[in-house]
Design a protein around this ligand. Structure first.
Ligand SMILES: [Zn+2]
Length: 422
């Protein structure tokens, strides 16, 4: 079929490589499919047949468990034409490559303090929500939904927690957080895993108890990728992820510095910086907080959108996302010392960016494979600001005004992290 071009898309951190079929993906995208679909088949005899194939796909495509429709591979023209990204828009903010390397300010070292954990008042691995509610001073669990999962709401001082039996997604004060273990019924009672209650929800209930006693507010922002490592590409193959992340970081830096919060970037131009160097820069700067900025990409036939913030998986907990089967719950890294603060920082940024941008809330997630987080001796998170593989979201990310909203969200989340909530 004329108009279908294969474009090379490099996966996150340059490790996955695949092909996205731009025309076909547009054709299959729910919400926009009908705009493109009808002109393609108008007048053909297979109009109704294709509609019947497309509608069920559009209904399920947004979910993670979407079943991809069959690809009509004989419609791809051969030989394959690889689309190469066009040069950046001249108005795209960039710093000249001759800029000197970032100056690392000299700040007094603030040693992190051990994070307080809740007492072991509750016994056992699986805690009934009824006991947990009583322990945290919340209302007794109230069943608020039966389908698709039995949902229970606990009203705490800071807001509502909604657990769903059989679902890892918990609504924590209207922002979603992913649990390591699925809540389940035990002896007829809804229960959640102790690690999830202690390491994911407790820091959100008592944020002041998880924050480090420090006056250091130095932030290191990490624009993902750079140089030969381009990251993924925008849906229209015009821009690389590395350009968007740098622009996003520059905008966030300006906002934070206007609020009196000093910021250092791990790169200020299109240069390659290894993951180890990024950790080293934060270490040298004695940064109070490290935030890595990325955009996401799904495999070609998965239609996925939305914002997610990653924190390192605490020891013993199962990760939300694994890579190449790598997820050993017995592992512990230097950054795990900051598990409660990581959770809180991730949740604050997730909430603020969802509010500022209107992006779909994919929730705070956990991963153990992210090298840029593992060695951080400070609260550290990685923000995935949306899916460049999604037509609509990629289009929005390509707009400077939308990236400014993403920057406002990150800046607000970091600023709130430094304010000691009650
Ligand atoms: Zn990336």
């Amino acid at each position: 079929m004329a108009g279908i071009v294969l474009s090379e898309a490099e996966g996150r951190q340059g490790k996955r490589r695949g092909f996205c079929i731009r025309g076909l993906r547009t054709f299959l995208s729910p919400g926009v499919g009908s705009l493109h679909f009808t002109p393609l088949v108008r007048g053909s005899g297979c109009h109704w047949l294709l509609w019947i194939c497309w509608i069920p796909w559009a209904l399920v495509a947004e979910g993670d468990s979407a079943v991809p429709p069959p690809i009509l591979t004989n419609e791809v023209e051969f030989p394959l034409r690889l689309a190469s990204p066009q040069p950046l828009n001249p108005t795209f903010p960039r710093l000249p490559s001759s800029d000197p390397p970032p100056v690392v300010p000299s700040l007094p070292l603030v040693l992190p303090q051990a994070s307080p954990w809740p007492t072991q008042a509750l016994k056992g691995t699986w805690i009934p929500l009824r006991e947990w509610a009583d322990y945290i001073g919340a209302s007794a669990p109230k069943r608020v939904a039966d389908k698709p999962n039995a949902a229970y709401e606990l009203k705490a001082k800071r807001g509502s927690l909604v657990f769903r039996v059989g679902s890892s997604r918990v609504s924590a004060f209207s922002t979603d957080v992913m649990l390591g273990q699925l809540p389940q019924f035990i002896a007829g009672e809804p229960c959640a895993h102790r690690l999830d209650l202690e390491k994911t929800l407790f820091p959100l209930l008592w944020p002041s108890s998880t924050l480090l006693a420090t006056t250091n507010r130095f932030v290191v922002l990490d624009p993902g990728h750079g140089g030969k490592d381009s990251g993924t590409q925008s849906f229209d193959a015009r821009y690389y992820e590395k350009s968007f992340t740098l622009d996003w970081a520059l905008r966030t830096k300006a906002l934070l510095e206007a609020r009196g919060i000093p910021v250092l970037l791990t790169r200020t131009n299109d240069q390659e910086v290894s993951l180890a160097q990024r950790v080293f820069i934060a270490e040298e700067a004695k940064a109070a907080v490290f935030v890595s900025l990325h955009f996401n990409s799904a495999t070609p036939l998965v239609v996925r959108r939305g914002l997610e913030v990653y924190a390192l998986t605490p020891p013993g907990m199962i990760s939300s996302v694994v890579r190449e089967g790598e997820d050993n719950p017995r592992l512990s890294f230097p950054n795990n010392h900051f598990d409660p603060s990581n959770t809180l920082l991730a949740w604050l940024i997730q909430r603020a960016v969802v509010q500022s941008s209107g992006a779909y809330d994919r929730g705070v997630q956990r991963a153990r494979f992210m090298g840029v987080l593992r060695g951080q001796k400070r609260p550290a998170v990685l923000v995935e600001g949306g899916y460049l593989s999604h037509l609509e979201e990629s289009r929005r990310i390509s707009e400077a005004g939308y990236r400014q909203k993403l920057a406002e969200g990150v800046a607000k989340g970091i600023e709130q992290f430094f304010e000691l909530p009650e």
